[in-house]
Design a protein around this ligand. Structure first.
Ligand code: NAP
Length: 281
């Protein structure tokens, strides 16, 4: 069994991005919007700002109060859409309940939508002709590639069908010619379906959800889950100690998919800059 080191793979991606930005003398800015005081969102935003520093990308933080109105938020997005200093715009989710997340996502210019959540970019991912990669699924693909595992022809099972992880994850595996099954809360005989997987990706959000009896010997297991266990410690969906001995490769939590998501965000921000340069010409 091999543990995939997401921190190491992510550091290599960020270093490649930094070298490219410095080589081409690019001046790149990412606007990060955070509304309210959610502590988890604050940690994510700080990590994204740190990654920007590593990659030589300028980050502009917009920390708005909890009672920000929809109009105020949309007005800020309009300003950022028009700003030549801002190449990417990210609005940290979840937003406070009174704000309409869907409308906010759609307000971001597709050319600056570095999370690739906007319907235009989601549609492009579906047809396989995309500028921006969906960050978490793209990070998972990098981790799979880092093992030398060929996806083509493999049985791939994704647990979870959310718009930000499960569905785009299935698409990326399909684009690489995996035979993909997507499972969810209504799936019958989930353990049996998962046991077919050469590549098993879990994005459920429940600690200890994937147990050893759900995993085929020699499978590659990627754990997207980010949960807290009974002791408040960060953990994934996979019962790591039980499952790891059965796998050829497995990602840990923390230190697996999480750092990759941020590295892919940096890659998308660089891509956004290049697209905007092209658009101006
Ligand atoms: P989500 O929107 O809550 O989706 C969870 C999915 O799991 C749903 O499709 C749900 O099925 C499925 N599910 C729930 N219970 C199940 C069960 N008993 N059997 C089979 N499927 C079940 O969550 P998400 O946004 O995709 O995130 C999933 C996890 O990934 C969370 O822990 C989140 O924190 C983590 N995450 C990590 C990163 C990262 O960078 N590492 C990024 C994003 C998310 P239904 O659709 O039928 O309800």
């Amino acid at each position: 069994m091999n543990i995939i080191d997401g921190k190491q793979v992510s550091a290599a991606v960020k270093e490649r991005i930094r070298a490219e930005i410095e080589r081409d003398g690019l001046d790149i800015g990412l606007a990060v919007i955070i509304v309210g005081n959610d502590p988890a969102s604050r940690v994510y935003v700080n990590n994204k700002k740190k990654a920007c520093e590593v990659c030589s990308i300028k980050s502009y933080e917009y920390a708005l109060p909890e009672d920000t109105t929809q109009e105020q938020l949309l007005e800020l997005i309009d300003t950022l859409n028009a700003s030549p200093n801002v190449n990417g715009i990210l609005c940290q989710l979840p937003l406070p309940k009174h704000l309409d997340e869907k409308a906010v996502i759609e307000a971001i210019s597709p050319l600056k939508d570095v999370d690739a959540f906007n319907a235009v970019n989601v549609g492009r991912i579906m047809i396989g002709d995309y500028a921006f990669l969906p960050c978490t699924p793209a990070g998972v693909m990098e981790l799979i590639h880092s093992t030398g595992t060929e996806v083509s022809g493999k049985e791939c099972v994704v647990i979870g069908r959310s718009n930000i992880v499960g569905k785009p994850m299935a698409m990326l595996l399909l684009h690489e010619n995996g035979t993909v099954t997507v499972c969810h809360s209504r799936t019958k005989d989930l353990a049996e379906v998962c046991r077919r997987a050469d590549i098993l990706v879990s994005a459920v959000g429940k600690a200890g959800f994937v147990t050893a009896d759900m995993v085929k010997d020699g499978a590659v297991v990627i754990d997207v889950g980010m949960n807290r266990n009974a002791d408040g410690k960060l953990c994934g969906d996979v019962d790591f100690d039980e499952v790891a001995p059965k796998c050829s490769y497995i990602t840990p939590v923390p230190g697996g998919v999480g750092p990759m998501t941020i590295a892919m965000l940096m890659q998308n921000t660089l891509k956004a800059k290049r697209l905007q340069i092209q658009d101006e010409q």
